[in-house]
Design a protein around this ligand. Structure first.
Ligand SMILES: O=C(CO)[C@H](O)[C@H](O)COP(=O)(O)O
Length: 280
């Protein structure tokens, strides 16, 4: 695990046709990072260090006092919430946090941050969240933790949606490393017809996500099921997402197209690369 995070400063600026990359060097002191890459444990330490570096940098760069902040779900967001809590203590930062899941709600409460809700704060300044994979256009697959519907609602109502991830998730095309498919939340009674429709129209396999320590399917925070659609080949995600959304029974997809404005990718060495979306 990564320990104290030091100062970050901007390094090399690399411009590509699709996105602007800025490499940020973070001074990270990590007790477990000395034997990186040699054992499974040290590899995991490296991944955790990358997640933490990305999360801390995003919170430092994008959150200001008196803002309404969307809090994503997953493991990477934990470090972002902890950094927010640190900033509240150290600087007197004032933020209202809008959760994207029960997990996010618990994180906000455990870290003694101010819990808000969309009914009271329908417009957010910034939303920060992890992702399962992020392509060169910053299109994301989300929903590995089954929270994509609330995550998308919160992100869509934020002025800025910022993605944080370790560098394994930075890929040229979706499906490079993430083999679990695109999570699609469906109304329970519709899961079979939706499965048939997806496979007929788009190919691949749409599998009902099963629970791990409970018999039967995973039930989302919204009381629905999830189909994990293992697609055959990468495609025009904007078009696919729009077509999927027109299938009756589909509540939301884990395809986040043209939503993320900035992504932060952390490496095991604590370097952070910032990339801006090309469509900005
Ligand atoms: O979309 C999500 C949950 O629905 C998560 O943000 C995504 O699965 C990434 O999780 P992690 O930070 O644990 O890798």
């Amino acid at each position: 695990m990564c320990g104290v995070i030091g100062r970050c400063f901007f390094g090399t600026v690399l411009r590509s046709a699709r996105a602007t990359q800025v490499v940020i060097f973070c001074a990270i002191h990590s007790a477990g990072s000395t034997k990186l890459g040699k054992t499974h444990a040290s590899k995991m330490d490296g991944i955790e260090a990358g997640k933490k570096a990305a999360a801390v940098t995003a919170v430092n760069n994008h959150v200001k006092t008196n803002q309404v902040v969307g809090i994503g779900s997953g493991t990477t967001i934990i470090s972002a919430v902890q950094r927010l809590a640190e900033r509240v203590k150290e600087e007197g930062l004032k933020v209202i946090c809008i959760p994207t899941s029960y997990q996010a709600r618990q994180l906000i409460l455990e870290n003694k941050l101010t819990l808000g809700e969309l009914e009271i704060n329908p417009e957010l300044d910034v939303a920060i969240d992890g992702a399962d994979e992020i392509d060169a256009d910053l299109t994301c697959i989300k929903g590995g933790g089954g929270c994509q519907t609330q995550e998308k609602i919160v992100a869509a109502n934020a002025k800025e949606f910022i993605v944080i991830a370790d560098s394994r998730k930075d890929v040229p095309v979706l499906g490079t490393n993430w083999k679990n498919g695109i999570p699609i939340e469906v109304i329970a009674m519709a899961w079979r017809p939706v499965q048939v429709q997806i496979e007929k129209r788009f190919g691949g396999k749409a599998c009902l996500r099963m629970a791990q320590r409970k018999m039967g399917p995973v039930v989302t925070d919204n009381g629905n099921f999830i189909l994990d659609w293992k697609f055959d080949k990468p495609d025009d995600w904007w078009k696919i997402n729009t077509e999927l959304k027109l299938i009756p029974g589909i509540v939301e997809t884990g395809l986040f197209v043209k939503m993320a404005r900035v992504a932060y990718f952390g490496t095991p060495e604590g370097k952070v690369e910032m990339r801006k979306a090309s469509w900005l």
